[in-house]
Design a protein around this ligand. Structure first.
Ligand SMILES: Cc1ncc(C[n+]2csc(CCOP(=O)(O)OP(=O)(O)O)c2C)c(N)n1
Ligand SMILES: [Mg+2]
Length: 545
């Protein structure tokens, strides 16, 4: 990098060095000069319909690609990505939030400049709560160092960070002798050895060890290492719903999704009867653990995450998750005899019933199961889209994205844009409820502008089905949109209306062949129809409210 660089150029160069190629956002006067720099840089700006769309797209981009970025204007834009940043924090997705802001000189004497809420630092203080590191680049002398610090935190903790860029600092030259700082943290050697020694002994002497793998295996890019460990040891693996697709689901050692009493009974029994549970990167969330119906005994567990490593009832300090998993995969293992596993059965080919057979949620997912191929990334929104998707059979790794813990509606359509830009070999299959589509579905305009071709399935059950199950009222009703006609409004894409099984199969076949633009299938479902998983979950939640 040339020594004399401006603050804005340095930020762009560091994002690029960390693999970012796309930045999502909407311009505004406080961020215009940086937009101009971005426009002339090697990063591509993708402007969305709404900032929330940009935030979700950047989150999905980060999940697929390792780091994502969103760039918005002060407060009116910034506060709109508060929710998506909260999601990225809660679900460990490294997104860089860049916000323009009034210049430092403009802030003297505290004038009432447009977009200001209470004080000039109101937005920065909000984002302190939602990120793992944040900075206001108010001093050109320290700006480069600050950029290094927060980007490092995003990559180290896989969580969002906030960078506020006052508009009069964008073109300010930074410290000319600064060199980018790469930090490689390592584990304490003896602690790592002791932890590995104890873990290997515990696993070797166990009768029935099981791995439960979750989101951090995705985030730290450890899928290959997990696979190596499984193939060397023949230890079976289950995934949580948030970690779903951590291993190809047709792998012979894959057990299925473990969700306590909510998931498949055979998987629950296998996992809970294990005498050595190896929890890798697991988030102990209520949804992951089947609304706390899971019975996982810490006295029989090895629990490794980026934040903590414990074996039975004691902890090891300074052992990095990555080093621990690599260490396990490299250890000398005695292969275990093969057990019969309750693995998920690959789906039988879908055969639509001819004639006026209305499509149900169950049949929809059966049909989608045979539709998936190795280039599909399933992006599921909240609601029955997510619960039904738990039983989908994902063939490859990292092919399932959803906000399965924070569960903010409106994720899926914009996330599909981020996911496909991050990996253009994938064609997104978006599953979204009619309620969630109302929130961010118009980002299909962004998909059209960027030449993307997701297949969007709108599960139209005339309202907030998940909520209806818990407590019904007129607040769960929606205006009956004609979703399938949205392509007419946008002047792009293809729309299909699906009421019967035959129509479903035909529409999917056409959508597969139509790769030139997005396709939207409005699937009309009965109002009371729901997936078996949703029935179980909502039943449990209703008892708690
Ligand atoms: C942003 C946001 N607002 C509200 C909720 C609460 N909520 C959870 S599910 C749901 C209904 C979802 O409706 P829809 O998208 O049509 O899916 P369905 O439940 O009908 O399958 C609501 C309102 C939420 N999770 N996220
Ligand atoms: Mg609905």
């Amino acid at each position: 990098m040339k020594a004399a660089t401006t603050v804005g150029q340095y930020l762009i160069a560091r994002l690029h060095a960390h693999g970012v190629r796309h930045v999502f956002g909407i311009p505004g006067d406080y961020v215009l000069s940086f937009y101009d720099q971005l426009q002339r840089s090697s990063l591509r700006l993708v402007n969305t319909c709404d900032e929330q769309g940009a935030g979700f797209a950047a989150d999905a981009y980060a999940r697929v690609h390792g780091l994502g970025a969103v760039c918005v204007t002060y407060c009116v834009g910034g506060l709109k990505v508060a929710n998506t940043t909260a999601e990225a924090f809660a679900e460990k997705s490294p997104v860089v939030i860049i916000s323009g802001a009034p210049g430092m000189r403009e802030r003297e004497r505290n004038p009432l400049l447009h977009h200001k809420v209470r004080d000039f630092d109101t937005q920065a203080r909000v984002f302190q709560q939602l990120t793992v590191a944040s900075t206001v680049l108010n001093d050109p002398q320290t700006a480069f160092q600050e950029i290094d610090r927060v980007l490092h935190a995003a990559l180290r903790y896989k969580r969002p960070v906030y960078i506020e860029l006052p508009r009069d600092l964008v073109d300010a030259p930074g410290n000319p002798i600064h060199r980018p700082r790469e930090i490689h943290e390592t584990s304490a050697r003896h602690a790592l050895q002791a932890a590995l020694g104890e873990a290997v002994d515990m696993i070797q002497s166990a009768r029935k060890p099981v791995i439960l793998a979750d989101v951090e295996v995705h985030r730290f890019g450890l899928q290959e290492t997990l696979l190596k460990l499984v193939e060397k040891t023949h230890i079976p693996v289950a995934a949580t719903i948030l970690g779903k697709s951590v291993i190809a689901e047709n792998h012979p050692f894959y057990l299925g999704v473990y969700e306590g009493a909510m998931g498949r009974e055979a998987v629950r029994r296998y996992v809970e009867s294990s005498d050595c549970l190896i929890l890798l990167g697991v988030f102990m969330t209520d949804i992951n653990l089947g609304i706390f119906t899971a019975r996982l005994d810490p006295g029989r567990s090895i629990y490794a995450t980026s934040e903590k490593l414990s074996i039975r009832y004691h902890n090891y300090e300074e052992v990095r998750f990555k080093d621990f998993l690599h260490g396990l995969a490299q250890a000398r293992w005695r292969r275990r005899p093969l057990h019969r596993l309750p693995s998920p059965q690959p789906p039988a080919p879908f055969r639509p019933r001819r004639g006026p057979h209305r499509v149900t949620v169950r049949r929809l997912f059966e049909c989608l199961n045979s539709f998936l191929d190795d280039h599909t990334v399933v992006v599921a929104d909240v609601g029955d889209s997510l619960f039904g998707a738990a039983d989908l059979f994902i063939r490859q790794r990292t092919e399932f994205l959803s906000p399965a813990y924070y569960t903010s509606m409106g994720f899926a359509v914009p996330a599909a844009i981020g996911a496909q830009l991050a990996n253009p070999k994938l064609r997104p299959l978006v599953l979204v409820g009619d309620g969630a589509f109302q929130m961010t579905g118009m980002e299909l305009a962004t998909a059209a502008r960027t030449g993307l071709n997701p297949i969007v399935i709108v599960l139209n059950n005339s309202g907030y089905g998940t909520e209806r199950q818990m407590q019904d009222g007129p607040y769960n009703d929606l205006w009956p949109w004609q979703f399938h006609r949205i392509p007419e409004v946008l002047g792009a894409g293809r729309g299909f209306i699906v009421e019967t099984e035959e129509q479903l199969e035909n529409a999917l076949r056409e959508a597969r062949g139509h790769t030139g633009s997005f396709c939207l299938l409005e699937v009309r479902l009965g109002q009371g129809d729901r997936s078996p998983a949703l029935q179980r979950l909502a039943g449990r939640m209703a008892r708690r409210i």
